[in-house]
Design a protein around this ligand. Structure first.
Ligand code: AMP
Ligand code: MG
Length: 354
């Protein structure tokens, strides 16, 4: 069935000014429907986390495999305890430091979480977002909200309402437009059911920030490298192709001088072959590529700008019809780990090392 998707703007700084819109969205959730909403990471596609049928609708709207569990969002710390069996002291320390915020924690689940929401696992992923609109919306619903990113499965995550509308119009009941997402990359995911806790997906809460607080942590292999045939990531979602625009993306690694020279050569060659080539550059390098299709992703001295723009740039590659795209490499420390994790997946691990 094609739904009549309703899009409504809410003031990101003061969502209580739009109480009627929030109430309408909450009614949809209470009636088993789906609402996309902004968070500080990316837009989420929300449904009642305690209703297996709503979870099934989320999988259908995204075209997402149902073994890929959903993150459950809460609007107050007290809402956590009815959902999970145990909160370890290290989990508690992470919650105290980073909640509300861009950190998802995995716990052993209580039976109240239906297996559709947890993708058949006996654990559940929980996040307490900081975004004001998200908090207002979840709180008005009165139930925890299961919400994966609000994109079609495999596509870059949406960081503004127009991205959600492009992917989800006709497939969901409502989109709350609360402007651009602050961080632009999905939440950090940490499994707290093991000792030491394990990083399953890097994000704006970095490994360094967490280790400083709780000491040793392990890092799931899927975070930094491509998995081999038969290897399984601990976050089921990490095995799927992700963030892929239609263009073939190549990451180019080396000294910036050599990277620029290589990209110019390849872009000239592609152009001569009649190919629509795009270059994803930074404010530091953009002028080197004059005469080519350059997208500026951000400032190398401020990695948070690169994170915030990454998915928007990958979507632009599609909107502009690029067939081949060259991206400069970024250092993989701190926030760079999350940036490169998404970029490598978008590129299918095609990296030229000079
Ligand atoms: P998304 O909501 O699109 O950001 O995707 C949610 C991510 O969380 C996916 O990679 C899931 O595989 C992962 N995830 C959700 N629940 C669990 C869980 N119980 N254990 C491990 N990973 C999970
Ligand atoms: Mg996603």
């Amino acid at each position: 069935m094609i739904l009549d998707t309703f899009i409504a703007k809410v003031d990101p700084e003061n969502p209580t000014l739009n109480k009627d819109i929030i109430a309408k969205a909450a009614d949809i959730i209470k009636n088993g429907g789906l609402v996309a909403f902004p968070t500080e990471t990316v837009y989420g596609l929300g449904g009642n986390a305690l209703d297996g049928e709503a979870a099934k609708k989320i999988y259908a709207a995204k075209g997402r495999p149902s073994d890929n569990p959903l993150i459950v969002h809460i609007s107050h710390i007290d809402e956590l305890y009815p959902l999970v069996e145990e909160v370890s002291p290290k989990a508690k320390a992470l919650m105290d430091a980073f909640w509300p915020g861009p950190l998802t924690l995995i716990f052993k689940k209580k039976p109240i979480i239906p297996s559709e929401t947890s993708g058949g696992l006996d654990t559940v992923a929980i996040r307490f977002p900081e975004n004001k609109v998200a908090k207002e919306f979840i709180s008005a619903c009165g139930v925890p909200i299961a919400a994966p990113s609000a994109n079609t499965s495999g596509k870059p995550s949406p960081t503004r309402a127009s991205h959600v509308a492009y992917d989800m119009t006709g497939r969901i009941d409502m989109i709350i437009d609360g402007g651009s997402c602050e961080f632009g990359l999905e939440s950090t995911i940490v499994d707290t059911t093991c000792e030491p806790p394990c990083l399953l997906r890097p994000g704006a809460v970095t490994l360094g920030m967490m280790k400083e607080l709780i000491g040793d942590m392990t890092v799931d292999k899927a975070v930094v490298s491509a998995l081999k045939e038969g290897e399984k990531p601990k976050a089921p979602g990490m095995k799927y192709t992700h963030y892929s625009p239609k263009a073939h993306i190549t990451i180019v690694k080396g000294s910036l001088d050599m990277v620029e020279k290589y990209i110019i050569e390849q872009a000239d060659k592609g152009k001569a072959e009649g190919c629509n080539v795009g270059i994803i550059a930074t404010v530091q390098t953009k002028d080197s590529y004059s005469g080519h299709n350059v997208l500026i992703i951000g400032d190398r001295d401020h990695p948070e700008t690169i994170a915030a723009n990454l998915f928007k740039m990958l979507r632009k590659c599609d909107y502009l019809g690029f067939e081949r795209v060259y991206v400069e490499y970024f250092d993989e420390d701190e926030l760079g780990m999350a940036i490169m994790n998404r970029l490598k997946k978008a590129a299918g691990y095609d990296i030229v090392v000079l």
